[in-house]
Design a protein around this ligand. Structure first.
Ligand SMILES: *[C@@H]1O[C@H](CO)[C@@H](O)[C@H](O)[C@H]1NC(C)=O
Ligand SMILES: *[C@@H]1O[C@H](CO)[C@@H](O)[C@H](O)[C@H]1NC(C)=O
Ligand SMILES: *[C@@H]1O[C@H](CO)[C@@H](O)[C@H](O)[C@H]1NC(C)=O
Ligand SMILES: *[C@@H]1O[C@H](CO)[C@@H](O)[C@H](O)[C@H]1NC(C)=O
Ligand SMILES: *[C@@H]1O[C@H](CO)[C@@H](O)[C@H](O)[C@H]1NC(C)=O
Ligand SMILES: *[C@@H]1O[C@H](CO)[C@@H](O)[C@H](O)[C@H]1NC(C)=O
Ligand SMILES: *[C@@H]1O[C@H](CO)[C@@H](O)[C@H](O)[C@H]1NC(C)=O
Ligand SMILES: *[C@@H]1O[C@H](CO)[C@@H](O)[C@H](O)[C@H]1NC(C)=O
Ligand SMILES: *[C@@H]1O[C@H](CO)[C@@H](O)[C@H](O)[C@H]1NC(C)=O
Length: 545
């Protein structure tokens, strides 16, 4: 019996240790992890960056040359959004950039990911056709303003808003001429801003422009096969996505090479942004579903990660896509392989994968069919993957659902499969309906649930799998134009009133994020001070104290 006490102590120690180490991240509805005392920034390492993100076309509007989203949204208003919304006006971050900085500071965010509009600094696409000094000055002011507040800029060089003139000249990324024009533009950015910007993102979501812009035709420039969508002005949905993706990779790698050869003295880091998803088998005991799940990872992630890590496309893609898949010559392969210091990973959703035939009916074939998988949010037992992500009020079968644990699997996958890269989560967020009242939109509990549950799994995977993640950027800073959705949805942690776009008011999610970030600050006076900056009323109280 004398050992009983010892055993009990041991058991208690194990239990306590486990309780301490394991953060409970709920996997089922409803999420209740929005409690700052349980989950806050102290669950991450000290210098972890908590930021917010935006992009140029979505946030503004004037002071620049036309880009392909201007062209696309005016040519196909219904594709730009059910409300025919576009980026002509939106939240006007060109005029109100100081308000943006103010609200980022109010949220206590330590990073801001924004994009430079190519056509704002080179309105006619090619550097030889002249630069716009006003546009350059604008970005200097913005960057200086952020640094002054201790906010680290993460600058995206290309967030889909190609100068329209380059689409007209040679169809943009469909032609390798894009590589030289992109290099000239990026060289100007390094030269102008590189002494202040230490985190460069080359291209946003390598997967998106090839598949949506040239496959389904649902994004700018709006190319696809006539049988896929007769309104597309031209295109070939089974071949062009691969060419565009290939040229994107070469353009990306070329500017990384430029940075490494000519700008190392600036001491920054550079990488691309991948849109990620996780995939689970539609039926987890069916070998065909399991195979479809693995193919989905290869065709969605490996398409870009194969070249970036090994200089080659995945063998499964080479086998399936055949001669429609371009190949890298030995110099290009060397250029692309290892062309990143970090990976920016955007994560929103996970889907179930099941096999589907890859139609060899070339008229209406798309590159997206080559993976031979159909993706859904319900599995073979009709189980929905998680809480509601987007609701279709007319057709329930079109609802989408989210899966916070997917971020855990994605991070672990990149670590184990792609040689433990330095990672920043460069986007993560959820939309709420644009037709909510201001009061409803401000309350915003759905966004808190989404963000905190993903942060919970992110913290868990960093601890359990030792993934090298150094930052997280919530999408988005404020409400803005959403690609393909117009103003029918809101993604912001701060509210923008479309009748008075100068204001950005933190929603409850923004206030939650602020508390989450500042909770790790151990000095209570500083905490009170930071919180008080949210309302002037509280600020006065603090001054009284
Ligand atoms: C932050 O979380 C930790 C545990 O993860 C907790 O000990 C601490 O009290 C929390 N901070 C605040 C201000 O609630
Ligand atoms: C670096 O700059 C020099 C001089 O402008 C230029 O010739 C060279 O091509 C640049 N390197 C790269 C990799 O672009
Ligand atoms: C569907 O998902 C649920 C929840 O994860 C699981 O219990 C069930 O086994 C899955 N069904 C199939 C057929 O894989
Ligand atoms: C899942 O797959 C297994 C093996 O193919 C099959 O026996 C089972 O009926 C499937 N379950 C469902 C719900 O379709
Ligand atoms: C990596 O590239 C080499 C050729 O350089 C090729 O033989 C090999 O199959 C590639 N590995 C993968 C996993 O694609
Ligand atoms: C590769 O680069 C070398 C040296 O720059 C050059 O001589 C050769 O022609 C290039 N090969 C190809 C296939 O472009
Ligand atoms: C797309 O290009 C391929 C290869 O050139 C061709 O076989 C196919 O018919 C084309 N599809 C359309 C819709 O033009
Ligand atoms: C187009 O694709 C669908 C499957 O996605 C197929 O059912 C249909 O027969 C194909 N052909 C035409 C001409 O629509
Ligand atoms: C799956 O569940 C939904 C809602 O729970 C229901 O409307 C639908 O009919 C179900 N589908 C099947 C195939 O059972």
């Amino acid at each position: 019996m004398k050992y009983f006490g010892l055993i009990l102590t041991f058991l208690l120690a194990v239990a306590t240790c486990k309780a301490y180490e394991e953060i409970t991240c709920e996997e089922n509805v409803p999420f209740t992890c929005g409690q700052i005392d349980r989950l806050n920034s102290s669950n991450f390492e000290k210098d972890f960056i908590f930021g917010v993100a935006s992009s140029a076309y979505q946030a503004c509007c004037t002071g620049r040359g036309l880009n392909v989203w201007d062209g696309f949204s005016h040519r196909y208003p219904n594709k730009a959004g059910p409300d025919h919304g576009n980026g002509d006006t939106t939240c006007d971050s060109y005029a109100y950039w100081e308000n943006d900085i103010e609200v980022i500071d109010e949220l206590s965010a330590t990073g801001y990911r924004f994009s430079i509009a190519w056509s704002r600094i080179i309105p006619r696409g090619k550097r030889s056709r002249g630069v716009n000094q006003e546009g350059i000055n604008y970005y200097h002011r913005l960057i200086d303003g952020l640094i002054e507040k201790g906010i680290t800029p993460f600058v995206t060089l290309f967030h889909w808003d190609l100068p329209q003139v380059l689409q007209d000249d040679y169809e943009g990324f469909l032609d390798p001429q894009i590589i030289d024009d992109f290099r000239d533009y990026v060289d100007l950015c390094f030269k102008e801003f590189g002494d202040k910007v230490k985190n460069w993102i080359t291209i946003n979501q390598l997967y998106s422009v090839p598949t949506r812009g040239y496959g389904s035709g649902s994004d700018a420039p709006g190319r696809c096969s006539p049988m896929v969508d007769p309104t597309c002005y031209a295109g070939n949905s089974s071949t062009e996505p691969y060419i565009v993706a290939h040229n994107q990779l070469l353009a990306h790698a070329t500017v990384v090479d430029l940075y490494r050869e000519n700008y190392t003295h600036q001491g920054g880091k550079i990488g691309p942004v991948m849109i990620t998803r996780w995939f689970l088998p539609y039926n987890d005991t069916d070998p065909d579903c399991i195979a479809a799940t693995e193919r989905s990872k290869e065709f969605f992630l490996g398409w870009f990660m194969g070249p970036l890590t090994n200089g080659t496309y995945p063998q499964s893609m080479i086998d399936t896509v055949g001669e429609r898949l371009p190949s890298f010559n030995s110099n290009e392969s060397k250029l692309v392989k290892g062309s990143y210091d970090f990976l920016g990973l955007n994560y929103y959703i996970t889907q179930y994968a099941q096999p589907s035939p890859n139609h060899v009916d070339w008229d209406n074939h798309t590159a997206m069919m080559d993976s031979g998988a159909t993706l859904t949010y319900r599995n073979a037992s009709n189980h929905t993957i998680g809480p509601l992500f987007t609701e279709d009020k007319d057709d329930e079968t079109k609802n989408t659902y989210y899966y916070p644990k997917g971020i855990y699997y994605v991070m672990d996958y990149f670590k184990t499969k792609y040689y433990d890269p330095l990672i920043y989560v460069t986007e993560n967020g959820i939309s709420t309906p644009g037709d909510e009242t201001r009061e409803e939109a401000m309350l915003d509990s759905k966004r808190i649930d989404y963000i905190c549950s993903h942060l919970c799994f992110l913290s868990k995977v960093i601890k359990e799998k030792v993934v090298n993640v150094k930052g997280y950027f919530a999408w988005s800073l404020g409400d803005n134009y959403e690609f393909g959705k117009g103003f029918t949805v809101r993604f912001g942690l701060s509210y923008v009133d479309w009748n008075n776009v100068a204001h950005r008011d933190p929603k409850e999610s923004g206030k939650w994020y602020q508390k989450f970030i500042t909770a790790a600050i151990t000095n209570p006076a500083k905490q009170v001070f930071l919180r008080s900056s949210l309302t002037s009323e509280k600020k006065e109280k603090f001054a009284d104290a």
